[in-house]
Write a protein that binds this ligand. Structure first.
Ligand code: PEP
Ligand code: MN
Length: 292
């Protein structure tokens, strides 16, 4: 559950509400975000009387945590959700298709966030154009040249993930398809490559970030979630991404990871994610950057 205080609320109110949560409802809470206005309540929040909290002057909103609310509270700008999923096996959850795009668009509108989703075939372009702000081309489709040609015609930004076994040159040439097609708004996403290593899901190639800096002007994003494959390793990989100069991160989060239909083992819950973002802010500051 997220409790957002009004702009002019003071530190006393913050402490008072935290004490109230502990004493009256027996729910632990912690403050998230640099502005000290958002309180995250953890544990069984069904015992919390939401209407009572809302009646307290100084509280702007109280939300039982929805998937997007926790992202918004920490300043996330772009919401990523998969509607068409490239699953390794045919019996795994394949995504909700167009219905998923609509849900993502709705969440984006509600929380004032841009949206991004993976497209797998050119036939789906009209639906994406209607509902989604930004395309993702997944690792498995990095060399789907017909898809690249079709997307080059769109004016919307495109996140091009690195293929599972793509050399930097091949990746940049795939990006070139998009640029040559007329779309200049391309971002590259390092998500790890396949090596002999099996402990981690993929081998996150952080060296690609400084190397790409010399080879291209395109923004570089790091995806620590799909590379590491385990929740407890995502934060360190994210910090590494920031340290080597990534322009952005994509991180998979979920209020209740165990309930996810996809990639449950690598998802960060609210608490882990908060910790991760605190680290990201600290590493960014250490190299003279800041999270926007
Ligand atoms: C994803 O971003 O959800 C995904 C499937 O990633 P990748 O294409 O990098 O495997
Ligand atoms: Mn995923």
């Amino acid at each position: 559950m997220l409790i957002v205080l009004k702009e002019r609320s003071n530190e006393n109110l913050l402490t008072e509400i935290q004490t109230l949560l502990k004493n009256k409802f027996d729910c632990p809470s912690h403050v998230i975000g640099g502005n000290r206005r958002v309180i995250a309540v953890t544990g069984d929040t069904s015992v919390v009387d939401v209407e009572y909290l809302k009646s307290i002057a100084g509280i702007r909103s109280v939300d039982r945590v929805e998937r997007a609310a926790m992202a918004k509270a920490r300043g996330v700008k772009i919401l990523r959700g998969g509607a068409y999923k490239p699953r390794t096996g045919p019996y795994s959850f394949q995504g909700k298709g167009e219905e998923g795009l609509k849900l993502l668009a709705k969440a984006g509108q509600k929380y004032g966030m841009k949206t991004i989703s993976e497209i797998m075939k050119a036939e789906d372009l009209p639906a994406f154009e209607e509902y989604i702000d930004c395309y993702q081309i997944g690792a498995r489709n990095m060399q789907n040249y017909e898809l690249l040609k079709a997307l080059g015609k769109s004016k919307k930004p495109i996140l091009l993930k690195r293929g599972l076994a793509a050399k930097l040159e091949e990746w940049l040439l795939a990006a070139e398809y998009l640029l040559a097609g007329g779309n200049p708004n391309v971002m590259l996403c390092e998500r790890g490559i396949r090596t002999f290593e099996e402990e981690v899901r993929f081998t996150l190639c952080l060296g690609s970030v400084p190397a790409l800096r010399e080879l291209t002007h395109l923004p570089i994003i790091v995806d620590p979630s799909h590379a590491m494959g385990k929740t407890r390793w995502v934060k360190d990989a994210a910090l590494g991404g920031v340290a080597v100069g990534a322009d952005g991160l994509i991180i998979e989060i979920h209020p209740r990871p165990g309930e996810s239909t996809c990639d449950a083992a690598q998802l960060l819950d609210l608490e882990h994610w908060n910790e991760c973002m605190d680290g990201v802010a600290a590493v960014a500051a250490a190299i003279g950057k800041r999270v926007v």
